[in-house]
Ligand binder design. Structure first.
Ligand code: SAH
Ligand code: SF4
Length: 356
């Protein structure tokens, strides 16, 4: 089943008139505002559109399968489901002075990093630009119309750290960024694209007009270890990723950040810390050390040496932070809500598994 054709987020913003045939052209402008400037959760809230026009639209390109709140109502996670079954996750994290949404760029991921729940599930499909931007709009609409306790009502930051590799879905992610900046009027500086290190995509992103932030998921300081954790490292080894990150910094004047998910007995040694420190110093990069969330299909475990690892980086003059609890919640959600859902489905299906 598909409902392409009536779904305004799946329609290019300048073609919205196609969905409102027979209506005066200013209706398309009104709709465009409801989608991108002052997003709402329901077409019923598009108060200046006639009922007949509203009824023709199916606002969201997905159903909300799960909505969970945490952190005394300051964090909300959603599992969205497209009509073809593709899952996407988004997490809205509120603070007293800002609100960040973590969004998905693909349903699943083909890159198979061993510690990642999304990677373990494999690739389903790319998300459409409209599906990506709709996650942002949904979070913005939730903030505006429902709100989070003690959090400003305006969305301030967007991170591509949910499911999928954004630079493997380049053109659609690019169009989503374009709409976030040009249609939603958000600052490109408030957007962070996290990549596993797809070098051609990093170089393309450096040529785009927007100064978005780039975060590189490194996780290991030598190629042998990195290839065992991040298989795509065999194609784009550390030296090439570092060169592309340096190019990004030089072209954009934006410091890149390095993400490092710390795994017990794997990449938490002094030797790895020193290797990371050397790379971070050369790039003038900030390092985010992320506490690992255990996943169902891997024996890898969170490290108990996180404070020592951080201290060693800092002694080497590197600006490093532990992703604070709230940040960890983002990662807890990335791929994991879907993992939990799939687990429940497996349990439900289990009685039949023995037959035949
Ligand atoms: N594909 C992109 C963006 C999505 S993953 C990338 O890899 O950067 C977003 C972040 O979550 C990455 O830094 C990734 O390394 C991290 N991550 C994945 N699985 C994790 C886990 N089990 N525990 C903690 N962080 C994890
Ligand atoms: Fe894909 Fe990123 Fe997970 Fe690796 S860490 S499998 S690139 S989503």
């Amino acid at each position: 089943m598909s409902y392409h054709g009536q779904v305004p987020y799946l329609t290019p913003p300048d073609r919205l008139g196609d969905l409102l045939e027979g209506e005066p052209t200013y209706r398309a402008t009104q709709l465009r505002r409801w989608l991108y400037r002052t997003p709402v959760l329901r077409t019923d809230d598009m108060t200046n559109l006639p009922l007949e026009a509203r009824n023709r639209l199916r606002l969201w390109p997905f159903d909300v399968e799960v909505e969970q709140t945490a952190d005394a109502g300051q964090t909300v996670k959603w599992l969205f489901r497209a009509p073809d079954g593709a899952a996407m996750e988004a997490v809205l994290i509120g603070y007293p002075d800002r609100a960040t949404v973590c969004i998905s760029s693909q349903a699943g991921c083909a890159l198979g990093c061993t510690f990642c729940a999304t990677g373990q599930f494999g690739f389903e499909r790319h998300l459409d630009a409209g599906e990506i931007v709709a996650q942002v709009a949904y979070a913005a609409a939730h903030l505006r119309t429902v709100g989070l306790a003690g959090v400003p009502r305006r969305l301030t930051n967007i991170v591509f750290m949910g499911m999928g590799e954004p630079l493997a879905n380049y053109d659609r992610v690019r169009e989503a960024i374009r709409r976030i900046v040009e249609e939603m009027s958000m600052s490109a500086r408030s957007i962070t694209v996290s990549t596993v290190g797809l070098v051609p995509g990093m170089r393309r992103l450096a040529e785009e007009p927007w100064p978005v932030n780039l975060a590189v998921s490194l996780h290991a300081a030598d190629d042998e270890l990195r290839t065992s954790l991040v298989p795509i490292n065999a194609r784009y080894p550390i030296a090439e990723v570092e060169a592309a990150a340096a190019h990004y910094f030089e072209t954009k004047g934006r410091r890149v950040s390095i993400e490092w998910t710390l795994m017990d007995g794997v990449n938490d040694t002094d030797e790895q810390a020193d290797g990371l420190a050397a790379i971070a110093r050369r790039l003038h990069a900030h390092v985010n050390v992320i506490e690992m969330n255990p996943t169902p299909l891997s024996a890898l475990q969170p490290s108990s040496r996180i404070d020592r690892f951080l201290a060693r980086l800092r002694r080497s003059g590197v600006n490093a932070t532990k992703r604070i609890n709230r940040g960890q919640e983002i990662d807890a959600a990335c791929g994991q809500l879907r993992a939990i859902q799939a687990d429940e489905q497996l349990k439900t299906a289990a009685p039949n598994a023995d037959i035949g």
